[in-house]
Design a protein around this ligand. Structure first.
Ligand code: GLV
Length: 319
């Protein structure tokens, strides 16, 4: 008997075939709509493996329903959508897809940083809406990127990849991390600073930490107030790390100059969210790792992790 697997979103055929060779697959047939919770609750009862996305909340209540589940394979590097402790207690393995999305996510983070600093979406809109009347001495002026100071909070793989890009723009790179990374500092010419100094001294602050109870609301009004009035906050990590109400107030009050967000506490962010009314906010719908090649790699890694676990091996990316 082949193990039973549920895939929570329609995936490309080559990924499905890879899993189907060893498993009996049930798949939610839509790529743009998440699997409804009640369907997930019904299906989880007798499956051996779950291939899921960050849009699914895999909490203790759901895991309690599972009778045979051996592995939850998340097609993402972040896994704050999964109660890993509850899974551990039940002997269920949890895996993620680190590594393959590092450079793509760093590219997007830098793109968002540049788009925010140079007001690219706003400038494009001025042109398209017919408001472009003439070249203007101070029209649509933004902040310089080259030579500026970038502060990276969280020096993991993606933080490092962002630092490398920043060096190409002659930026001074500060970082703060739970532990100092001396080898990385030397190799990339980074400077370790305490959290408050990073906020005070940076022209750009990039949030790159995982989302955990410790990092929830890590950036709230007090932290935003420490930043320069000309500074820009970029978050491509997870929504809840930055307090959205405080960010709204800080952007509105001119405590910081602008922000670029790829992530929100609630996703998709409601269209009525106050942040979306602000001109000094550039937003994206959580597309950090969204290149064709990288999403295929992530799907392949997630499939391999799933199969390894179901074949009794220790998956490469066991959390
Ligand atoms: C996406 O946000 C991921 O964690 O891979």
């Amino acid at each position: 008997m082949k193990p039973k697997v549920l895939i929570t979103r329609k995936l490309p055929d080559e990924i499905i075939s890879k899993i189907e060779r060893a498993c009996e697959v049930t798949m939610w047939e839509y790529s743009d709509t998440p699997i409804p919770r009640d369907v997930l609750e019904e299906k989880i009862v007798d499956i051996d493996g779950l291939f899921c996305m960050i849009s699914e909340t895999i909490d203790e209540g759901l895991l309690e329903k599972a009778q045979n589940l051996k592995v939850v394979s998340n097609m993402a590097v972040g896994y704050n959508n999964i109660d890993v402790e509850a899974a551990k207690r039940k002997g269920i393995m949890v895996t993620n897809t680190p590594g393959v999305l590092t450079e793509t996510t760093a590219d997007l983070t830098f793109a968002l940083l540049m788009a925010t600093a140079r007001r690219i979406p706003e400038a494009s809109e001025v042109l398209r809406s017919g408001e472009w009347k003439s070249w203007s001495p101070l029209g649509l002026t933004g902040q310089d990127i080259y030579g500026a100071t970038l502060g990276i909070i969280g020096m993991g793989r993606i933080g490092e990849a962002i630092a490398k890009r920043a060096k190409g723009f002659d930026m001074k790179v500060l970082y703060h991390n739970r532990n100092r990374k001396l080898e990385t500092e030397d190799r990339l010419g980074l400077q370790f600073v305490d959290f408050d100094s990073l906020l005070k001294e940076s022209d750009f602050v990039c949030v790159m930490t995982p989302y955990t109870p410790e990092t929830k609301n890590l950036i709230s009004y007090d932290q935003l107030k420490l930043m320069k009035n000309t500074a820009i906050l970029i978050n491509t990590a997870r929504g809840g790390i930055v307090n959205e109400k405080d960010l709204f107030d800080a952007l509105k009050n001119g405590e910081i100059w602008a922000a670029g967000l790829d992530v929100f506490e609630e996703e998709p962010v409601p269209r009525s969210h106050p942040l979306l009314t602000l001109p000094n906010l550039v937003t994206l719908p959580h597309i950090g790792s969204a290149s064709i090649a990288t999403r295929m790699k992530m799907a392949n890694v997630a499939a391999t992790n799933l199969l390894q676990a179901l074949q009794g091996e220790t998956p490469l990316n066991l959390i």
